[in-house]
Design a protein around this ligand. Structure first.
Ligand code: NAP
Length: 498
């Protein structure tokens, strides 16, 4: 039934308002059962070049449309997404595997972002200030950068795209978007909605293809002025190097190694709920997933017992089925990576309390499933406590004090999300100050960001930019300082006269 929602065999690119058939294709696989869903084109650098030219022409006109009018189209987009939320969510589960209620939540983030950025159409605030000379006016305004390149991962195939696309559009830019090859259907759905919502042609373009061909061509294209990327550190560094050589602006949202800290005074049942949700939601394949639990020795055994009890109840399977709380892993490579880290953890001396194996689900034979896994007695120097596994694997790290907990949290090269469970108000304030991450939660897990706040991290999680929130506008605009001298004579600033 869900497959029928798509109604086509091969996805077309969406270039300059036209649906363009590809020449070469690869298959999109449903991770829940290993079956093919649809074909997706493998485009090349010539396709990118044609797209950028069209986007440039469209952007010139779009930049002159008053922002409140641009906003009207974003409102339409949000409304259409809202009307089709359930169908889009089903297709999202089909291509990505996450359970349906998470898929609905992800589509809702896109809807929220559309309305939020539409509101920016009547703000996009700059500043006015006093000039240092008489009869002179000074202000700063945001201006669009031109054509922006957006490269997105498979784990949040629609939400992340909207965090980038909608701020880019409201600010007067045109977008060339390359979605991850595993999850291209969300791009098709969003492009259809943009077309129906009245977005002029050439402003949102979707070019499918591999990162090494389409992605690389975008990064190196001289007329793409910003690259906004979310994905792995390996790819992010490659993009940073290439953009650096061209003096091109780039925004990177990369990996995480996020921890929940549980202090001895915490509400342990609440902490367990927070840990289970943020560690095993999306099968642990979130950049904000909890993969470390830093626990005070006094409550370690109790917490382990409660976690084990809960883990036993988790139903793993096809995310479209009722009652499933954990869906499949995205593909074979993802599964292999998790298995590798299980061996690494065991060899390093972490103690496996439960899980650690690939799972076979009778109703979804060729899907990619893994058991929710819990290691304990990990230490901060172990690879399992330092590196991103991107699967349903928690490592418990025991500590003896609040200070040790903060130090353990900050011991990794990433800095995306962190959380502390405690009822001590002084510790809450010290933690929010001292946890070196872009997102901090108190008495909640490590996931659950809201779109009107900045999203991103410190250290190896990125390069200082943020998605979502008004901060996203900084990626897609240049600040222009404007001086208007109405004195009728030449007034020389920066001249020191007695
Ligand atoms: P990835 O392998 O880096 O791929 C991300 C995107 O980059 C895909 O569209 C990919 O294309 C493309 N790409 C690959 N090589 C490229 C190249 N040389 N030039 C340009 N583009 C290239 O990452 P992933 O495995 O999809 O995503 C998982 C990672 O994303 C995790 O590390 C996770 O933590 C991170 N993530 C971070 C955030 C955040 O906001 N901090 C949010 C979500 C995910 P193809 O795959 O189609 O070839």
């Amino acid at each position: 039934m869900t497959k029928k929602l798509l109604k086509i065999e091969s996805l077309p690119n969406y270039i300059d308002g036209s649906w363009t058939e590809g020449n070469e294709f690869t298959s999109v696989i449903n991770p829940a059962n290993g079956k093919k869903i649809v074909n997706v084109p493998l485009s090349n650098d010539e396709d990118v070049d044609v797209t950028v030219k069209a986007a440039q022409a469209a952007q010139k006109k779009w930049a002159l449309v008053p922002a409140p009018q641009r906003a009207e189209i974003l409102y339409n987009i949000g409304q259409l997404m809202k009307e089709r939320k359930d169908d889009i969510a089903r297709l999202l589960t089909l291509e990505n595997g996450k359970v349906l209620e998470e898929a609905r939540g992800e589509v809702q983030e896109g809807i929220d972002m559309a309305f939020y950025m539409a509101g920016e159409g009547r703000r996009l605030f700059g500043q006015t200030t006093n000039a240092e000379l008489p009869d002179k006016f000074a202000m700063s305004v945001r201006s669009p950068v031109g054509v922006v390149g957006i490269i997105t991962p498979w784990n949040f195939p629609i939400a992340i795209a909207t965090w980038k696309t909608f701020p880019a559009l409201i600010a007067g830019n045109a977008v060339v978007w390359k979605p991850a090859t595993e999850t291209p259907i969300m791009a098709y759905e969003l492009a259809k909605i943009c077309e129906e919502a009245g977005l002029p042609k050439g402003l949102l373009n979707v070019v499918y293809g591999s990162g090494s061909s389409v992605g690389d061509a975008m990064v190196h294209h001289p007329d793409i002025h910003v690259i906004s990327f979310t994905g792995s550190n390996e790819t992010g560094i490659r993009i940073a190097e290439a953009c650096g050589r061209q003096l091109k602006k780039y925004s990177l949202e990369l990996g995480g190694k996020n921890a929940v800290i549980v202090m001895e005074d915490a509400d342990l049942d609440l902490a367990v709920e927070g840990i289970i949700w943020s560690a095993y939601g999306t099968s642990g394949q979130r950049c904000t997933a909890c993969s470390r639990v830093i626990v005070h020795e006094d409550v370690k055994e109790k917490l382990e017992g409660k976690l084990l009890e809960q883990i036993k109840t988790l139903k793993v399977g096809n995310g479209l089925e009722d009652g499933i709380v954990m869906g499949p892993i995205i593909n074979e490579a993802g599964l292999e990576k998790i298995k590798k880290y299980i061996e690494i953890g065991k060899n390093e001396g972490a103690r496996l309390l439960t899980g650690g194996n690939e799972l076979s689900i009778t109703s979804s034979e060729d899907g990619y499933y893994f058991e929710p896994t819990l290691f304990t007695d990990a230490t901060i120097d172990m690879r399992i406590a330092q590196e991103e596994v991107f699967g349903p694997v928690i490592s418990i790290i025991p500590v003896n004090s609040f200070d040790e907990a903060i130090e353990a949290n900050n011991s990794v090269s990433y800095g995306l999300s962190s959380s502390i469970f405690t009822n001590d108000v002084n510790r809450v304030y010290r933690a929010q100050r001292d946890l070196d991450t872009g997102i901090v939660y108190v008495n909640a897990g490590t996931t659950g960001a809201e779109i009107h706040l900045p999203f991103g991290g410190t250290k190896g999680t990125g390069n200082g930019h943020r998605d979502s929130g008004i901060q996203a506008l900084d990626v897609f605009t240049e600040w222009k300082a404007i001086y208007v001298d109405y004195s009728g004579k030449l007034q020389r600033a920066q001249i020191d006269v007695e």
